[in-house]
Design a protein around this ligand. Structure first.
Ligand SMILES: [Zn+2]
Length: 140
């Protein structure tokens, strides 16, 4: 299985990080950890964004995170037009890295506030591929 099973629009089918989509399919969230400087990367990266090392290992994340900020998208890019309007959030994992993701539609917009605790959860898209979304902690 390759990376073609990620998201609504996938730009590559094979990367060193293809196992990421397998983890999502299994309901798990994984980051990469640089073996040179220890930096955690999410989404996973084959090269460390701090020291550029290409030595890394998979590390499971709890999914626990806190919303840093968010925005509402009314005018979506072509590939996401059917989903609009939707909320996008930037959240920080308890382990440190940040994630940019959809905010679950089950969370009322009035409850979406900076600082609120959320959980990043893998889910299956209507096209059969996998992605992740910021959900309320109790919905997991
Ligand atoms: Zn590094």
């Amino acid at each position: 299985m390759g990376f073609e099973k990620f998201g609504l629009v996938s730009y590559v089918s094979q990367t060193k990080l293809s196992k990421f989509t397998q983890y999502l399919e299994e309901g798990r969230i994984y980051a990469t950890k640089c073996l040179k400087c220890g930096c955690l990367q999410f989404p996973p990266r084959a090269n460390c964004s701090k020291c550029l090392s290409d030595s890394w290992e998979w590390v499971p994340l709890s999914g626990d995170c806190k919303l840093v900020t968010y925005t509402k998208v009314d005018a979506a890019p072509a590939a996401f037009k059917a989903e609009a309007p939707y909320l996008l959030g930037l959240a920080e994992f308890s382990e440190g890295p940040k994630v940019f993701a959809w905010i679950d539609r089950m969370i009322p917009e009035s409850a979406v506030k900076s600082g609120v605790g959320l959980k990043l959860k893998p889910f299956k898209l209507s096209n059969g591929n996998f992605c992740y979304t910021l959900t309320a902690p109790q919905s997991v």
